[in-house]
Design a protein around this ligand. Structure first.
Ligand SMILES: CC(C)(COP(=O)(O)OP(=O)(O)OC[C@H]1O[C@@H](n2cnc3c(N)ncnc32)[C@H](O)[C@@H]1OP(=O)(O)O)[C@@H](O)C(=O)NCCC(=O)NCCS
Length: 264
């Protein structure tokens, strides 16, 4: 399916599961994008030495973990059609030691989540993660749209935490945008305490960036340096793309109306 059509199909879901105020804020942010941009991330930490909450999915999934050269072919086959990742992205992630948990339903890949052990992944606006040797970062969670709302996210999250534990990792981390209501539900359900809230704000013309963290000093967790991106292809859906999709939807509907008008 063409990316535009895929986005058009995702549009109702994007709006449905977000608070209208958040949508307004995202639209405002994207309107101001040529001049300024901002992110607000909540940082969550999971102490793997403590008993963690159980996944709350009522369905059962087979979850496999891939990483390294031997798994590359299978991961590329299953993930490129799932999350639009490029084979080069997957290769790059594996080459730096990242692993991915892939969930299967009837042998079809329906969701995934990544784990990196490397310091330097970019949070945003030239601000990158610092990881200790006993820490790992969960990122890139994705559940196929027709499998969302079945708590697969919690299953993937739990699988990666258990995997990290086996690798003698003591703490896993994640950074969730305050605009990502669906992703934040996991932490709400687990009642996870937020370790930090990070504000990143950039004025584009003068390349001025303001960074502020609440809860802990920014430098305790982040370096001011452009880190590696989690994907080379395209960024996750944001309101800028939302605008484009809305415009495309409108023009699509208008042309359909015109077509049916011509026919009748
Ligand atoms: C974020 C994401 C991984 C969550 O996966 P999931 O397995 O659907 O998670 P859950 O089943 O716990 O649902 C989370 C919330 O999504 C919403 N939701 C419920 N049904 C849904 C559906 N059919 N479709 C979409 N969202 C739905 C609900 O708010 C739900 O919370 P609740 O169950 O407490 O009401 C998934 O929505 C996704 O892939 N989103 C796009 C990529 C993304 O944003 N990744 C996160 C990067 S940090």
């Amino acid at each position: 399916m063409k990316p535009v059509l895929r986005e058009v199909r995702r549009f109702p879901e994007f709006v449905r599961w977000r608070n209208p105020l958040l949508i307004l804020l995202m639209v405002l942010r994207e309107t101001l994008r040529p001049f300024m941009y901002w992110y607000i991330f909540d940082i969550f930490e999971t102490d793997l030495r403590l008993p963690g909450p159980e996944p709350y999915s009522k369905e059962s999934f087979e979850v496999r973990i891939y990483g390294g050269n031997k798994d590359l072919k299978r991961a590329v086959e299953d993930l490129t059609c799932l999350d639009d990742l490029l084979p080069a992205d997957i290769e790059l992630r594996f080459s730096r030691g990242d692993v991915v948990a892939v969930a299967y339903a009837a042998d079809e890949a329906v969701g995934c989540m990544w784990l990196t052990f490397s310091t330097g992944m970019e949070l945003g606006l030239g601000t990158s993660w610092i990881l200790e040797a006993t820490e790992a970062l969960r990122y890139g969670a994705f559940v196929r749209p027709d499998w969302r709302g079945r708590a697969l996210h919690s299953v993937l999250n739990n699988t990666l935490n258990r995997y990290a534990q086996q690798r003698r990792i003591l703490r896993t981390l994640s950074g969730i945008s305050v605009f990502n209501s669906q992703s934040r539900r996991l932490h709400k359900r687990f009642r996870s305490a937020r370790a930090m809230r990070v504000f990143l704000f950039r004025v584009r013309g003068v390349k001025w960036t303001y960074r502020k963290a609440l809860g802990a000093p920014l430098e305790s967790r982040f370096a001011v340096a452009p880190g590696f991106q989690s994907r080379s292809a395209r960024s996750p859906m944001d309101a800028h793309r939302l605008w484009k999709i809305a415009a495309q939807l409108l023009s699509f509907q208008t042309s359909r109306r015109r077509e049916s008008g011509t026919r009748s």
